[in-house]
Design a protein around this ligand. Sequence first.
Ligand code: PBG
Length: 404
Amino acid sequence: MSLSKALFFLPLLGCADAFVGPSAAPFRSAAVAAAPSGGASATGPTSLGPLPPLEGFDPRAGSTSAVDTNNKGGVWVPQMARPRRNRKSEAIRGMVRENIVLPRNFIYPLFIHEETYDTEIPSMPGQKRFSLAGMMAEVAESWQYGVKTFVLFPKVEDSLKTNDGREAYNKAGIVPRAIGMIKERFPEATVMTDVALDPYSDQGHDGIVLNGKIINDETIEQLCKQAVCQARAGADIVAPSDMMDGRVGALRRALDSEGFTDVSIMAYTAKYASAYYGPFRDALDSHPGFGDKKTYQQDPANGREALLEAALDAAEGADFLMVKPGMPYLDVILRLKQASNLPIAAYHVSGEYAMLKAAAEKGWLNEKDVVLETMTCFKRAGCDIILTYYAKQAAKWLIEDGLI
Ligand code: PBG
């Protein structure tokens, strides 16, 4: 490779080996990894014999030889810039590493329900719908690993679901009670709430339905009540996931008019009409009753539209901009990062979690390595914050493996 070509590639370097240190062996199944190495040297051969020739071709020969010979008679590629030098040890890789993900960058989504037991979610192995007591135990455990921000998603009984979603602002509802419990025991925790009607809608939509349409402004009137109810219960951040036009500004005015100028808004700025939300809808039993969400969530084919949403959300007073889903939308994350000075969050959604879990369960991927790589990639793309069902587990891995 020529020097100019080598320099061209330099900015692309840096993250591939982010978590390959002494503690991170190349992937083998857990059973094999635990077995003794069978006598093979830890570093491979220590000397090389002569390399077998290829008939009719000598890379060192001729006026346009592919490789040269150095003063010691060894082969030498006349390459001055060798990016591998900055990868030669974990110490140097650590020194030049551009992005490190930390437990405090995570927001942990928690599903809650009114039952007295925790229920497994089949399409999200390892995640549960928690009783309020179960939720408190999960918060306490996560706290030990430095995860301090949580977002709550309720599964609501069918009998409480209506088209106008009025249960969303019942002050004795499950979300206000859950907020109170967390803030009482963990006053330093940050509790974020979902602002949208779908868990409370008998239509399975994020807004009020009229004549087959999801009506914008009437929905926002409901969302304002929902956000104020959550703020009264102690929410630190409200996060509108509904995608109605103008809801950030309306929520800001609603909160301010009630004295909640300190309550933040994390806007689901670029929320796409994605098939990756399936397991989440299983978890909350909130699949749309008819149609889909394409009249309010963004078309996955569009990138510029995210910039339009970002400009509106920023102007309306959002404190954070979120992109959702995460992995397939890293380009959108980067574009928002370049376009805005607000912190950027990504939601690593239920379907992304389910894919990694399924491959890991089959032994096809090393779960720890692939999860930590994924989280690092979010940061590289421009995320300050990552909402992920892996929050507790990833924080635990980062700490236990001494990666932070
Ligand atoms: C609904 C909402 C959804 C998610 C978060 N809030 C689903 C949807 O829009 O249908 C999805 C999160 C996930 O898939 O993990 N307001």
